[in-house]
Write a protein that binds this ligand. Structure first.
Ligand code: 5GP
Ligand code: ZN
Length: 139
């Protein structure tokens, strides 16, 4: 529990939420300003600010819970699919600095788009191998 963290307070029950799922490592609850009906947030109970701060075990537990919740959210709202994703860091739109996976159910004709509608910058694609090398070098 990190002081002054909104989601730590939700997980501990200090701030009320609409619980969807809970296990030893994960808590999932409805987003208070949903992008579509059933929009759910899946959070690790341990406080990590960003996804890249997490360790392998906690990531595995978080994403297995996210998978279960996604299946349930789609079933409950007869959704044909969903967007499942993390805003990782303030620059990427993360407003609450406690990791959470957004599960947003989608239906045909809802007007929404896919993940590349979040950002699109023109980049040089003539040497993708150079780009890949840059990333591999720091892995
Ligand atoms: P982020 O922008 O950090 O990826 O997402 C934060 C999400 O938390 C937003 O979609 C926002 O609607 C939701 N949110 C903010 N405050 C509260 C709250 O007090 N309760 C709940 N359930 N959701 C919240
Ligand atoms: Zn927290």
């Amino acid at each position: 529990m990190t002081e002054n963290c909104l989601f730590c307070k939700i997980i501990s029950g200090e701030i009320p939420s609409n619980r969807i799922y809970e296990d030893d490592a994960v808590y999932a609850f409805l987003d208070i300003y949903p992008a579509s009906e059933g929009h759910t947030l899946v959070t690790p109970k341990k406080h990590f600010s960003t996804f890249t701060d997490m360790n392998a075990e906690d990531v595995a537990l978080l994403f297995e819970a996210a998978r279960k919740v996604t299946a349930a959210v789609e079933k409950a709202f007869s959704a044909e699919g969903s967007n499942v994703g993390i805003n990782n860091g303030e620059v990427a739109g993360q407003e609450v600095p406690h990791v959470h996976v957004h599960v947003i159910p989608r239906k045909k004709g809802d007007g929404g788009r896919g993940i590349k509608s979040i950002v699109w910058t023109e980049t040089d694609t003539t040497n993708l191998e150079e780009v890949a090398k840059k990333i591999r070098n720091v892995l």
